[in-house]
Ligand binder design. Structure first.
Ligand code: SF4
Length: 470
């Protein structure tokens, strides 16, 4: 029985409720009047519930889809402005005891070299990432209690924060590790993680069990209830995501939004981010084995719909996607992207075998190329980590967003961190493009004092000082 306040996975992600929503959506596939009513609701920034989103996902009328995308663009600009936050994944280990059929790290794959970074290698990788200009990382590693115990993860995070090289510093470490218990989440919180990210992969329990035939991850309920335990452990920034392509996308979108509604109802704060990975090629993985793999047109529609359904949630897209798709995704609502990524363990310091990568990278540009591209498109690349460092997480972050004060907080922080990047790592072209964007963007700060302070910080950064924030 569906109950969004329940702690049980099969009640807050209730299969019957998903099917009922999909059937209702099917019946209203051609109900254009209802589609426009829902779009009006979305325009008022109230978001959409899972059933409403299911209806719009079923809409076929090109005019409705265009209107949906236009609203997504508006919402993106209203809440996130033209800022795009940058991060890089850091793969610590590809040892894994699970049997996920879509991932080359699965335990039965004997073709890939198994690698795990030492603390010394982590330091070297972090220095390489700092030298690119990164300030925010997402840690990635397989599940393996022997090779990758929690103590290894905690020690690695301490190493990352302690590594300082020239003006570089990693200021926020997000963590993508297997579902664990409340005590372990508490330890992750204590060591100072940013967002805890865990992709659901698929919300369909039967399909989930087929995709995860062996290993601890095979337990659907334990995996699905992980965010509840993370919240109980004090982590109030959590990141959701499904791996689009495993299951019918209508089912996944409804499940994803039900999960967000559950967190909001039970803990008073929805997901901090939603990622939108989709099945892509990798060693031992052929996308043609996945009949639900998404085409680009549907993918764009899903991105727009997530943007209007959960307007306060950040959206992430990785270098799995091509430059062209990322450009479209940025317009439609994505607020964070990775840049200059290596998806192999040790990939930032070694010319490592591609085979140890978790997935093939489509966007292979360097971070600097990505930054210049963003600037040319009129976006403001941001390396800001201020909210997390100021304790503005969970509902405190959400209230900042909802108050509309981001123009006097996130926006100046983006300009300050962009300036740091330009000074320390930018090419001449970056400086020209960046100065132009900063000059145009300063006026958008509505609070006179904040504007003046931002200008003063920018000047100080030019003179060699670092790490200012609002
Ligand atoms: S998805 Fe994660 S848990 Fe599954 S095989 Fe890959 S690394 Fe292991």
């Amino acid at each position: 029985m569906y109950n969004k306040l329940s702690s049980r996975a099969n009640e807050f992600i209730d299969h019957d409720e998903i099917i009922a929503s999909l059937n209702y959506a099917k019946k209203n596939r051609d109900n254009t009047k209802l589609h426009y009513e829902l779009l009006e609701k979305a325009k008022s920034l109230k978001g959409l519930n899972h059933r409403e989103a299911a209806i719009l996902l079923g809409a076929k009328d090109p005019a409705v889809i265009d209107a949906m995308k236009a609203i997504a663009r508006e919402i993106k600009l209203k809440f996130y402005g033209n800022r795009i936050v940058l991060f890089a994944p850091l793969y610590l280990s590809n040892y894994c005891v699970n049997g996920c059929v879509y991932c080359p790290y699965h335990a039965k794959n004997k073709m890939i070299p198994r690698l795990k970074l030492t603390q010394e290698e982590i330091r070297d990788e972090v220095i390489a990432l700092q030298d690119m200009g990164h300030k925010r990382l997402a840690l990635e590693l397989g599940e393996d209690p022997v090779h990758n115990p929690l103590e290894y993860v905690l020690e690695s995070i301490r190493t990352i924060y302690a590594t300082k090289h020239k003006n570089g510093a990693i200021r926020r470490v997000n963590v993508n590790i297997a579902a664990t218990d409340v005590a372990s989440y508490r330890k992750l919180k204590e060591v100072g993680i940013g967002t805890y990210i865990l992709f659901q992969e698929t919300y369909n329990k039967d399909n989930y069990e087929q995709q995860h035939p062996t290993g601890p991850k095979a337990d659907y309920a334990y995996h699905t209830e992980a965010m509840d335990r993370a919240m109980e452990g004090g982590i109030d920034d959590v990141g959701l995501g499904v791996l689009f392509g495993l299951e019918n996308y209508h089912y996944e979108l409804v499940g994803l939004l039900m999960h967000a509604e559950h967190l909001e109802a039970k803990f008073g704060v929805g997901p901090h981010t939603i990622s939108v990975p989709r099945i892509c090629p990798a060693d031992d993985i052929d996308t043609s084995d996945f009949s639900n793999a998404l085409d680009d047109t549907t993918f764009e529609k899903i991105i727009a719909l997530i943007r209007i359904a959960v307007p306060y949630t950040g959206m992430i897209i990785s270098t799995r996607e091509s430059m062209t798709m990322r450009e479209k995704a940025l317009e439609l609502g994505v607020s964070q992207i990775s840049g200059g990524s290596r998806t192999a363990v040790g990939g930032y310091i070694k010319d490592i075998e591609e085979k140890s990568a978790q997935f093939d990278v489509s966007d292979t540009r360097s971070l600097n190329e990505v930054i210049n591209w963003l600037l040319e498109l009129g976006h403001i690349p941001s390396f800001c980590t201020a909210c997390y460092r100021e304790g503005r997480t969970g509902d405190r972050f959400m209230s900042l967003l909802k108050s509309g004060q981001i123009v006097n907080c996130c926006h100046p922080n983006a300009l300050i961190t962009l300036k740091e990047y330009m000074e320390d790592y930018g090419t001449q072209r970056t400086k020209v493009l960046g100065d132009d964007v900063i000059a145009k963007s300063l006026d958008m700060i509505t609070n006179d004092k904040v504007r003046a302070k931002t200008a003063a910080y920018l000047q100080k950064i030019e003179e060699g000082e670092r790490d200012f924030r609002f």
